[in-house]
Design a protein. Structure first.
Length: 331
């Protein structure tokens, strides 16, 4: 799966491409920081405008909106280019994978579900990596950039439970985010979601294989097809029940998460020690830091699917390598 980074033919795409993607994501985060600063200035201006008639001019108001338009356009332009380049980058990764599978396919084709591993799992692997991998890197960069900003904004502001402690907001975000993530990981392990996803794909592969055989061999239907579809039905129904329990916990936590920043800022808001602009900056920075810490929580269903695909591809490659060893011994 990772020959893309070790084979010389792909060095330019794998290593230089990775650098381009990382650099572009860093630029996106820097623009996001500027947007966060804009929110603080804009809402302070709104508060000033509402406190007295003609406290600001219409020119100042339009200029502020135009400055946001510039930042938003720059952010969109960078994001579009990153997405376009990342799609090409990950297709090359897939090409590196299937290139090796093609070279050993004479042996690989004898392994059950070989066609699904080479075609379906490789494209799923790269598509998930496109969203999951770049999101993880961006989450880490956001933490690096926004955590110091949150530290600076929370100095001298009373925080619920933590009082005047300058690290209260960041600590609160850490406790809330990590606690929720650990809870959902534990719930996912209890419900054995990765195992269910793996079994689901395995039974789907067996069902598809018998359908392909049935195209040419009338003896395998309808009984064999019905039996395999019964297996498919049972594993799908099991997964629905497991995800029902998991989603109860997941969505309950995410809904409570909407109010978390306002709970921590309650003493400062009631005491009136922050302006509207500063409050917006804090809430947005808190949300960015908290959201980055909750990366695993929010991406958990996708992570489960990726883990299942990785498990299937690793199992497939191990079987190919075992066949290679057996052939070498025979020689």
């Amino acid at each position: 799966m990772f020959r893309f980074f070790t084979e010389r033919d792909w060095f330019l795409w794998s290593w230089l491409g990775s650098f381009v993607i990382l650099s572009s994501l860093w630029i996106q985060v820097k623009i996001d920081v500027k947007i966060n600063e804009w929110f603080g200035e804009f809402y302070d201006m709104i508060q000033k405008a509402l406190s007295a008639p003609n406290a600001i001019t219409i020119e100042e108001y339009w200029a502020s909106l135009l400055s946001f338009g510039y930042l938003a356009a720059l952010y969109i332009a960078v994001m579009v280019v990153v997405l376009y380049f990342t799609a090409h980058y990950l297709f090359r990764w897939r090409a590196a994978m299937v290139q090796w599978y093609h070279s050993v396919y004479e042996r690989a084709r004898k392994i059950e579900g070989a066609s699904q591993r080479v075609q379906e799992d490789t494209i799923k692997f790269t598509r998930i990596m496109e969203s999951l991998g770049t999101s993880l890197i961006e989450a880490i960069m956001i933490l690096i950039e926004f955590t110091p900003i949150l530290f600076g904004l929370s100095v001298g502001i009373p925080i619920y439970f933590f009082g005047d402690w300058s690290y209260g907001l960041v600590t609160g975000a850490l406790i809330w985010s990590v606690g929720g993530t650990i809870f959902l990981i534990f719930l996912g392990l209890i419900l054995r979601l990765v195992g269910v996803e793996y079994d689901l794909q395995k039974k789907e592969a067996a069902y598809r294989k018998i359908l392909v055989i049935a195209e040419d061999d009338g003896r395998v239907r309808p009984k064999s097809i019905n039996e395999l579809f019964d297996d498919v039905r049972s594993i799908h129904f099991l997964s629905y029940v497991r995800y029902l329990y998991f989603n109860i916990g997941r969505f309950a936590y995410l809904q409570a998460n909407v109010l978390s920043a306002y709970v921590f800022l309650a003493p400062a808001i009631v005491a009136g020690v922050v302006t509207l602009g500063v409050m917006q900056q804090i809430i947005r920075a808190f949300g960015r830091v908290e959201g980055s810490m909750q990366y695993i929580l929010k991406a958990w269903p996708t992570i489960i699917e990726l883990a299942s695909i990785y498990k299937r591809l690793r199992e497939f490659e191990n079987k190919i390598n075992e066949d290679n060893l057996l052939d070498d011994k025979k020689i």
